[in-house]
Design a protein around this ligand. Sequence first.
Ligand code: NDP
Length: 255
Amino acid sequence: MTHLFDLSGRTAFVTGSARGIGYALAEGLAAAGASVVLNGTRADTVAESVSKLVSAGYQAQGRAFDVTDEAAVADAFAQWDRDGVQIDILVNNAGIQFRKPLVDLELSDWQRVIDTNLTSAFIVAKQAARRMIARGKGGKIINIGSLTSEAGRATVGAYTAAKGGIKMLTRAMSAEWAVSNIQANAIGPGYILTDMNKPLIENAAFDAWVKSSNPSQRWGTPDELVGTAVYLASPASSYVNGQIIYVDGGWLAVL
Ligand code: NDP
Protein backbone atom coordinates (compact mmCIF):
# COMPACT_ATOMS: atom_id res chain seq x y z
CA MET A 1 0.00 0.00 0.00
CA THR A 2 2.80 2.47 0.76
CA HIS A 3 3.60 2.94 -2.97
CA LEU A 4 0.29 4.80 -3.20
CA PHE A 5 1.91 7.68 -1.33
CA ASP A 6 5.38 7.42 -2.87
CA LEU A 7 6.56 10.61 -4.58
CA SER A 8 9.95 9.29 -5.76
CA GLY A 9 10.94 10.67 -9.16
CA ARG A 10 8.51 13.59 -8.82
CA THR A 11 9.40 17.27 -8.57
CA ALA A 12 7.26 19.53 -6.40
CA PHE A 13 7.26 23.32 -6.53
CA VAL A 14 5.86 24.95 -3.38
CA THR A 15 5.30 28.71 -3.55
CA GLY A 16 6.02 30.70 -0.38
CA SER A 17 7.98 27.85 1.16
CA ALA A 18 10.86 29.71 2.80
CA ARG A 19 8.99 29.37 6.09
CA GLY A 20 5.67 28.51 7.72
CA ILE A 21 3.18 26.10 6.17
CA GLY A 22 4.96 26.12 2.79
CA TYR A 23 8.23 24.99 4.33
CA ALA A 24 6.51 22.20 6.28
CA LEU A 25 4.74 21.02 3.11
CA ALA A 26 7.99 21.09 1.10
CA GLU A 27 9.77 19.10 3.81
CA GLY A 28 6.89 16.59 3.94
CA LEU A 29 6.81 16.13 0.17
CA ALA A 30 10.60 15.68 0.19
CA ALA A 31 10.30 13.06 2.96
CA ALA A 32 7.79 11.21 0.73
CA GLY A 33 10.46 11.08 -2.00
CA ALA A 34 9.93 14.22 -4.09
CA SER A 35 12.61 16.59 -5.22
CA VAL A 36 11.41 20.00 -4.04
CA VAL A 37 11.74 23.56 -5.33
CA LEU A 38 11.41 26.25 -2.67
CA ASN A 39 10.30 29.86 -3.19
CA GLY A 40 9.72 33.10 -1.31
CA THR A 41 10.33 36.78 -1.93
CA ARG A 42 13.83 36.80 -0.32
CA ALA A 43 16.81 34.98 -1.82
CA ASP A 44 18.59 34.69 1.56
CA THR A 45 15.76 32.95 3.43
CA VAL A 46 14.99 30.69 0.45
CA ALA A 47 18.67 29.65 0.34
CA GLU A 48 18.72 29.01 4.13
CA SER A 49 15.65 26.79 3.89
CA VAL A 50 17.07 24.90 0.91
CA SER A 51 20.28 24.29 2.94
CA LYS A 52 18.27 22.89 5.86
CA LEU A 53 16.52 20.38 3.58
CA VAL A 54 19.72 19.40 1.75
CA SER A 55 21.49 18.90 5.12
CA ALA A 56 18.65 16.57 6.11
CA GLY A 57 19.40 14.50 3.01
CA TYR A 58 16.59 15.70 0.78
CA GLN A 59 16.74 16.85 -2.85
CA ALA A 60 15.98 20.57 -2.81
CA GLN A 61 16.65 23.73 -4.78
CA GLY A 62 15.19 27.22 -4.59
CA ARG A 63 14.31 30.31 -6.55
CA ALA A 64 13.20 33.60 -5.02
CA PHE A 65 10.61 35.58 -6.94
CA ASP A 66 7.30 37.34 -6.42
CA VAL A 67 4.48 35.01 -7.47
CA THR A 68 2.26 37.98 -8.37
CA ASP A 69 4.78 39.07 -11.04
CA GLU A 70 3.74 37.24 -14.21
CA ALA A 71 7.04 37.95 -16.00
CA ALA A 72 9.09 36.67 -13.05
CA VAL A 73 6.99 33.49 -12.90
CA ALA A 74 7.39 32.93 -16.66
CA ASP A 75 11.17 33.47 -16.34
CA ALA A 76 11.39 30.88 -13.56
CA PHE A 77 9.56 28.24 -15.59
CA ALA A 78 11.65 29.06 -18.69
CA GLN A 79 14.84 28.60 -16.63
CA TRP A 80 13.55 25.27 -15.28
CA ASP A 81 12.84 24.19 -18.87
CA ARG A 82 16.47 24.95 -19.78
CA ASP A 83 17.70 23.12 -16.65
CA GLY A 84 15.49 20.08 -17.27
CA VAL A 85 13.42 20.69 -14.12
CA GLN A 86 9.88 19.42 -14.75
CA ILE A 87 7.27 20.39 -12.17
CA ASP A 88 4.94 17.42 -11.54
CA ILE A 89 3.38 18.80 -8.35
CA LEU A 90 2.53 22.46 -7.76
CA VAL A 91 1.50 23.76 -4.35
CA ASN A 92 0.09 27.30 -4.53
CA ASN A 93 0.79 28.26 -0.93
CA ALA A 94 2.19 31.84 -0.94
CA GLY A 95 -0.14 34.18 0.90
CA ILE A 96 -0.43 37.28 3.02
CA GLN A 97 -2.91 38.60 5.57
CA PHE A 98 -4.00 42.21 6.08
CA ARG A 99 -6.58 43.14 8.70
CA LYS A 100 -8.86 46.15 8.36
CA PRO A 101 -12.64 46.63 8.31
CA LEU A 102 -13.99 46.74 4.74
CA VAL A 103 -15.21 50.34 5.16
CA ASP A 104 -11.63 51.46 5.89
CA LEU A 105 -9.82 49.21 3.42
CA GLU A 106 -7.86 51.00 0.66
CA LEU A 107 -8.26 49.62 -2.85
CA SER A 108 -4.48 49.13 -3.09
CA ASP A 109 -4.53 46.86 0.01
CA TRP A 110 -7.55 44.94 -1.32
CA GLN A 111 -5.68 44.47 -4.63
CA ARG A 112 -2.43 43.34 -2.95
CA VAL A 113 -4.26 40.68 -0.92
CA ILE A 114 -6.26 39.43 -3.92
CA ASP A 115 -3.14 39.37 -6.13
CA THR A 116 -1.05 37.44 -3.61
CA ASN A 117 -3.66 34.97 -2.36
CA LEU A 118 -5.71 34.35 -5.52
CA THR A 119 -4.29 35.77 -8.76
CA SER A 120 -0.85 34.25 -8.10
CA ALA A 121 -2.41 30.76 -8.06
CA PHE A 122 -3.75 31.39 -11.57
CA ILE A 123 -0.44 32.87 -12.81
CA VAL A 124 1.71 30.01 -11.50
CA ALA A 125 -0.72 27.19 -12.31
CA LYS A 126 -1.08 28.42 -15.88
CA GLN A 127 2.67 27.96 -16.46
CA ALA A 128 2.75 24.60 -14.66
CA ALA A 129 -0.37 23.15 -16.29
CA ARG A 130 0.67 24.14 -19.83
CA ARG A 131 3.79 22.04 -19.36
CA MET A 132 1.97 19.15 -17.63
CA ILE A 133 -0.51 19.01 -20.52
CA ALA A 134 2.27 19.14 -23.15
CA ARG A 135 4.23 16.33 -21.43
CA GLY A 136 1.11 14.15 -21.29
CA LYS A 137 2.03 12.56 -17.94
CA GLY A 138 -0.56 14.33 -15.80
CA GLY A 139 0.20 16.28 -12.65
CA LYS A 140 -0.99 17.53 -9.31
CA ILE A 141 -2.03 21.00 -8.25
CA ILE A 142 -2.73 21.77 -4.61
CA ASN A 143 -4.09 25.22 -3.78
CA ILE A 144 -4.06 26.47 -0.21
CA GLY A 145 -7.45 27.79 0.85
CA SER A 146 -8.59 28.63 4.36
CA LEU A 147 -11.55 28.45 6.72
CA THR A 148 -12.46 31.70 4.95
CA SER A 149 -13.00 29.67 1.77
CA GLU A 150 -16.20 28.68 3.61
CA ALA A 151 -16.95 31.20 6.34
CA GLY A 152 -16.85 34.99 6.48
CA ARG A 153 -14.73 36.63 9.19
CA ALA A 154 -14.68 40.30 10.17
CA THR A 155 -11.66 42.50 9.25
CA VAL A 156 -10.29 40.08 6.64
CA GLY A 157 -12.65 40.84 3.72
CA ALA A 158 -10.12 40.78 0.89
CA TYR A 159 -8.51 37.61 2.27
CA THR A 160 -11.96 35.98 2.58
CA ALA A 161 -12.83 36.92 -1.02
CA ALA A 162 -9.47 35.58 -2.23
CA LYS A 163 -9.75 32.28 -0.35
CA GLY A 164 -13.35 31.81 -1.49
CA GLY A 165 -11.98 32.39 -4.98
CA ILE A 166 -9.33 29.70 -4.41
CA LYS A 167 -12.09 27.14 -3.80
CA MET A 168 -13.80 27.99 -7.10
CA LEU A 169 -10.55 28.41 -9.06
CA THR A 170 -9.68 24.86 -7.94
CA ARG A 171 -12.96 23.63 -9.43
CA ALA A 172 -12.33 25.59 -12.64
CA MET A 173 -8.89 23.98 -12.93
CA SER A 174 -10.46 20.52 -12.52
CA ALA A 175 -13.08 21.32 -15.14
CA GLU A 176 -10.40 22.08 -17.72
CA TRP A 177 -7.48 19.88 -16.71
CA ALA A 178 -8.92 16.61 -15.33
CA VAL A 179 -9.04 15.29 -18.91
CA SER A 180 -5.24 15.70 -18.98
CA ASN A 181 -4.91 13.57 -15.83
CA ILE A 182 -4.19 16.62 -13.69
CA GLN A 183 -5.78 16.52 -10.25
CA ALA A 184 -6.40 20.01 -8.85
CA ASN A 185 -7.48 20.08 -5.23
CA ALA A 186 -7.20 22.43 -2.27
CA ILE A 187 -6.41 22.26 1.43
CA GLY A 188 -8.24 24.54 3.83
CA PRO A 189 -6.12 24.86 6.98
CA GLY A 190 -7.68 25.90 10.26
CA TYR A 191 -5.89 28.22 12.69
CA ILE A 192 -2.24 27.20 12.41
CA LEU A 193 0.73 28.35 14.48
CA THR A 194 2.83 30.39 11.99
CA ASP A 195 4.31 33.91 11.66
CA MET A 196 1.16 35.01 9.80
CA ASN A 197 -0.86 34.53 13.00
CA LYS A 198 1.73 35.95 15.41
CA PRO A 199 -0.49 38.92 16.43
CA LEU A 200 -3.42 36.56 17.03
CA ILE A 201 -1.40 34.00 18.97
CA GLU A 202 -0.08 36.78 21.21
CA ASN A 203 -3.60 38.17 21.75
CA ALA A 204 -4.92 36.35 24.83
CA ALA A 205 -8.57 36.91 23.94
CA PHE A 206 -8.11 35.62 20.39
CA ASP A 207 -6.08 32.65 21.60
CA ALA A 208 -8.86 31.77 24.05
CA TRP A 209 -11.48 32.14 21.27
CA VAL A 210 -9.55 29.76 18.95
CA LYS A 211 -9.37 27.18 21.73
CA SER A 212 -13.03 27.54 22.76
CA SER A 213 -14.51 27.57 19.22
CA ASN A 214 -12.58 24.53 18.02
CA PRO A 215 -13.65 21.07 19.22
CA SER A 216 -9.94 20.12 19.36
CA GLN A 217 -9.46 23.07 21.74
CA ARG A 218 -6.08 23.99 20.26
CA TRP A 219 -4.27 25.57 17.31
CA GLY A 220 -2.91 23.30 14.56
CA THR A 221 0.74 23.02 13.53
CA PRO A 222 2.13 23.20 9.98
CA ASP A 223 3.20 19.53 10.21
CA GLU A 224 -0.44 18.51 10.60
CA LEU A 225 -1.12 19.59 6.99
CA VAL A 226 1.58 17.33 5.54
CA GLY A 227 -0.43 14.09 5.38
CA THR A 228 -3.19 15.70 3.32
CA ALA A 229 -0.64 17.34 1.00
CA VAL A 230 1.21 14.05 0.42
CA TYR A 231 -2.13 12.32 -0.26
CA LEU A 232 -3.18 15.00 -2.78
CA ALA A 233 0.28 14.93 -4.43
CA SER A 234 0.37 11.15 -4.74
CA PRO A 235 -1.19 8.40 -6.88
CA ALA A 236 -3.54 7.70 -3.91
CA SER A 237 -5.71 10.64 -5.04
CA SER A 238 -5.80 9.85 -8.78
CA TYR A 239 -9.63 10.19 -8.99
CA VAL A 240 -10.01 13.02 -6.47
CA ASN A 241 -10.51 16.31 -8.29
CA GLY A 242 -11.83 19.78 -7.52
CA GLN A 243 -12.12 19.14 -3.77
CA ILE A 244 -11.14 21.28 -0.83
CA ILE A 245 -10.16 19.29 2.26
CA TYR A 246 -10.37 21.22 5.51
CA VAL A 247 -7.70 20.37 8.06
CA ASP A 248 -9.05 22.39 10.94
CA GLY A 249 -9.40 20.20 14.03
CA GLY A 250 -13.15 20.11 13.41
CA TRP A 251 -13.77 23.89 13.49
CA LEU A 252 -16.11 23.97 10.47
CA ALA A 253 -17.95 20.86 11.65
CA VAL A 254 -19.37 22.73 14.64
CA LEU A 255 -19.95 26.11 12.98
P1 NDP B 1 3.71 32.85 6.53
O1 NDP B 1 3.49 34.32 6.61
O2 NDP B 1 4.32 32.15 7.68
O3 NDP B 1 4.56 32.50 5.21
C1 NDP B 1 4.15 32.99 3.98
C2 NDP B 1 5.12 32.57 2.91
O4 NDP B 1 4.62 33.08 1.66
C3 NDP B 1 6.50 33.16 3.10
O5 NDP B 1 7.48 32.21 2.70
C4 NDP B 1 6.50 34.36 2.15
O6 NDP B 1 7.75 34.69 1.62
C5 NDP B 1 5.64 33.82 1.02
N1 NDP B 1 5.10 34.89 0.19
C6 NDP B 1 4.26 35.89 0.53
N2 NDP B 1 4.01 36.68 -0.53
C7 NDP B 1 4.73 36.16 -1.57
C8 NDP B 1 4.91 36.52 -2.91
N3 NDP B 1 4.28 37.58 -3.44
N4 NDP B 1 5.72 35.78 -3.69
C9 NDP B 1 6.36 34.70 -3.18
N5 NDP B 1 6.22 34.31 -1.90
C10 NDP B 1 5.43 35.02 -1.11
O7 NDP B 1 2.28 32.25 6.20
P2 NDP B 1 1.63 30.82 6.51
O8 NDP B 1 2.65 29.77 6.40
O9 NDP B 1 0.83 30.95 7.74
O10 NDP B 1 0.59 30.72 5.31
C11 NDP B 1 0.84 29.95 4.15
C12 NDP B 1 -0.47 29.80 3.37
O11 NDP B 1 -1.43 29.16 4.19
C13 NDP B 1 -1.09 31.13 2.94
O12 NDP B 1 -1.70 30.98 1.68
C14 NDP B 1 -2.14 31.36 4.01
O13 NDP B 1 -3.17 32.19 3.56
C15 NDP B 1 -2.60 29.94 4.24
N6 NDP B 1 -3.29 29.73 5.50
C16 NDP B 1 -2.65 29.95 6.69
C17 NDP B 1 -3.34 29.71 7.86
C18 NDP B 1 -2.69 29.89 9.20
O14 NDP B 1 -3.41 29.76 10.20
N7 NDP B 1 -1.40 30.19 9.30
C19 NDP B 1 -4.75 29.27 7.88
C20 NDP B 1 -5.29 29.09 6.57
C21 NDP B 1 -4.59 29.31 5.43
P3 NDP B 1 8.83 35.57 2.45
O15 NDP B 1 9.38 34.62 3.48
O16 NDP B 1 9.81 35.99 1.44
O17 NDP B 1 8.03 36.71 3.07
